[in-house]
Design a protein around this ligand. Sequence first.
Ligand code: GLC
Length: 630
Amino acid sequence: MSKAEERSSLLSNCIYKNPNETIESRVKDLLSRMTLKEKLGQMTQIERTVASPFVLENLSIGSILNGGGSVPMEQASPSDWADMIDSFQTCALKSRLQIPIVYGTDAVHGHNNVYGATIFPHNVGLGATRDADLVQRIGAATALEIRATGVHYTFAPCVAVCRDPRWGRCYESFSEDTEIVRKMTSIVSGLQGVPPEGHPRGYPFVAGRKNVIACAKHFVGDGGTDRGINEGNAILPFNELENIHIAPYLDCLSQGVSTVMVSYSSWNGSKLHSDKFLLTDILKDKLGFKGFVISDWEGIDRLSQPHGSDFRYCISSSIKAGMDMVMVPYRYDQFLDDFIYLVESGDIPMTRIDDAVERILRVKFVAGLFEHPFADRSLLDMVGCERHRELAREAVRKSLVLLKNGTDPKKPFLPLDKNARKILVAGRHADDLGYQCGGWTITWHGGGGKVTIGIFKDGVCWHYLSTTILDAIKATVGDKTDVIYEQYPSATTLADRDISFAIVVVGEDAYAEYLGDNSELKIPFNGTELIEFVAEQVPTLAILISGRPLVLEPALLEKIDAFVAAWLPGSEGEGIADVLFGDYDFEGLLPVTWFKIVNQLPMNAGGPSYDPLFPLGFGLRCNMDSEPTN
Ligand code: GLC
């Protein structure tokens, strides 16, 4: 018998290897067998580009992630992903105790790093739906596409309560309103599965191989930073922090969320990554969280300036505050060297290490990784499948918010006529899948152009659908209707009296995190001027593709006939045409306050001097007998 076979047969009789044993007895047994190095290895998350066979076989690394846009290869297929992750897992299972790695990714609006995956509306659009059941179904569909590629873990949902749209991550937040965010946390039980009645709050839960480990982020107060500055400082008393920003975590814990990611930001000047009161006294002790707490990307490095200069201090202060796993993600060797020094010197107590490793092992056992460490290849066709695209299309429909519909209630501008003689479509966002999807799509910050494709398989063949708004309009109108597209229509075009109406689609560039911090919030690419230019000549519907409210000049609103906020709808543009042309009515309600001018910010419903252009909860219907709703 070879050494490996001998070891394997020895281990096969261990309690931790026996799926019939209780989770807690398996955790206890495995922990008792681990060396200090193996324990610290489990607390280490590294990026896929540094995950070599030697590192995985010898350092007992707990987790691997891919950063936004870090992919096996350009346009990698689902099976390419599964092959990559299974190869990591094969190496990890050669380690002494054969502890599987957990592979994590940012699947934050579908499995958005994967080419051809279904891209759902970003959270701000889902908040506009107010539909917890829809969002739970999106979680379940996303989990299937994630597991189809061999990934076990997503750094989602973001349950930030964005209190200022100047924040670059506003679109990752479901709403400025805590109760709406709390409702949308239903995505957790979509991603992980619904825990049984009586499941203990705070204990991790993952139903099975079609579910994933979820991550409520970023704990806590990331959406409440002063002036919306990303990674900034949330200045407010604890009771407000608790009522506004901590509250959604209660719902995540009740659904058995398995991990919580810490915010880069600070609370009253205290950096969350080293805040023991919030990470341990509140999240773990008071709220009873039993999963693991993970840092953000190089989050501990930000505890010392210049960036990560005093790494031992960074490690010591974050781990002692309650951090369980560190998203290093590259300099794992220095991390482990400094970490073991800090434990062996007595700076970090062994009890803290054991608590962290217990939590990590608990999540791995709960997720069934010891029994099913490899990809389930039978799920491969789930990625971008038609059923998920239909779900995404439903989400797009329900996310659209109608802010203006004509000036005379008896003569609404929408729904549009499918059999109009000629329709002019204008604006660069009308035919740009990348802008429609926004940040966190294929790459970290996303970008314009054909960044992915809409594909689905019926029977044996794959259909490749480009699903921009323009394509959706063309696919919806009657065959006698002439649709013309000019990004910037000429005066000659606008003089064409055959044009029944124009649809002008403008909006933001794609962005992520600090790249999106913006104190002016104007419609980019001369969007306002374009709308006004067209609206002066032709009856006009304006559609805004953005992660947040932007400045709408009074003159603009005056000139246009109708206005729709479409947020960042994702890959299924058809959902927009479904509503514009009356196959479905509008349902969306503003998830955020629409300010008049940026000098009013921050301005939230229920707060002082609330004087919005459109209030939180506003949304019109096409159906004549339904009143505007607030
Ligand atoms: C980023 C984000 C976080 C993400 C992580 C891994 O910086 O703050 O939301 O999950 O790094 O990509």
